[in-house]
Design a protein around this ligand. Structure first.
Ligand code: SF4
Ligand code: SF4
Length: 197
C-alpha cells in the first residue's frame, strides 16, 4: 500500500486497515446511531477546525466541537456522552453554516445529547430548565425586574408568549408528558438533591 511505504513499522499496514482505529472502547454502532439521527455525515470531516473557530462557546470554555466530531467518527461513545462539555453548545448553527464539508456538527451534538439523555446523563441545571418550561412555558420565566424594564421601554410587561397566553401552557405540558421528559427531569433532579443532601 502506498500509504505505508517507507514506514518502519511492519504492522502499520494492518493497523491502517483497522477501521476501528485500534481503540478498544470504540463502538461503531454509536457512529451509525448518531449518523442516522443527525442525518449528517461525520466521516466526511477532515478536522479543519472551522467549526471550533466559529464557535462562540470555544473561547469561553474547554468545549471543542471538532473534538466531538472526531469522537463521533471513532465511535467513542463513553467519552462523548459523559463529557460535560457536550452541553455547552448553544445550538447557534455557526459551525453548520461554515463547515466546508457541508456537515452539520450542531446536529451531531443534538443527537449525542439525545443518547446521553436516554441514559440519564444530563446536567441537573438543564433538567431544572425543563421543570421551568413545564411550570411557565419558559426556560427563563419573566420576573419583576424584567417587567419593569419592559414597561420603561414602552413594551407590554409580559411578552406575547405563555406569559400573556397561559391557555397554551397545557399543550406544552402535554408534549413534555408525552415524551416523559418532565417525569425523567423530576426523577434525576430528586436523585441529585438526595445525593447532595
Ligand atoms: S468544520 Fe466541518 S470539516 Fe472542519 S472540523 Fe468542523 S466538522 Fe470537520
Ligand atoms: S452550534 Fe454549537 S458547536 Fe456549533 S458553533 Fe454554535 S455553539 Fe458551537
Amino acid at each position: 500500500m502506498a500509504r505505508t511505504k517507507g514506514y518502519p513499522d511492519p504492522k502499520l499496514e494492518t493497523k491502517l486497515r483497522d477501521r476501528y482505529l485500534y481503540r478498544t472502547d470504540s463502538n461503531p454502532d454509536f457512529s451509525k446511531k448518531v449518523k442516522d439521527l443527525s442525518r449528517t455525515v461525520s466521516h466526511m470531516c477532515f478536522q479543519c477546525g472551522t467549526c471550533t473557530g466559529s464557535c462562540p462557546s470555544a473561547p469561553r470554555s474547554s468545549y471543542r466541537i471538532r473534538l466531538f466530531m472526531r469522537r463521533n467518527v471513532l465511535g467513542l461513545e463513553e467519552e462523548s456522552l459523559t463529557d460535560p462539555d457536550l452541553w455547552l453548545c448553544t445550538t447557534c448553527y455557526s459551525c453548520t453554516d461554515r463547515c466546508p464539508r457541508d456537515i452539520a456538527p450542531t446536529d451531531v451534538i443534538m443527537s449525542m445529547r439525545n443518547f446521553a439523555y436516554q441514559r440519564g446523563i444530563v446536567p441537573v441545571n438543564f433538567l431544572k430548565t425543563v421543570q421551568a418550561i413545564y411550570q411557565s412555558g419558559h426556560g427563563v420565566p419573566n420576573n419583576d425586574v424584567n417587567r419593569a424594564a419592559r414597561v420603561r421601554l414602552g413594551l407590554a410587561k409580559d411578552p406575547p408568549t405563555t406569559h400573556s397566553h397561559p391557555e397554551y401552557l397545557p399543550g406544552i405540558r402535554q408534549i413534555l408528558d408525552h415524551y416523559k421528559v418532565k417525569a425523567q427531569a423530576d426523577k434525576i433532579v430528586a436523585e441529585s438533591e438526595k445525593k447532595g443532601a
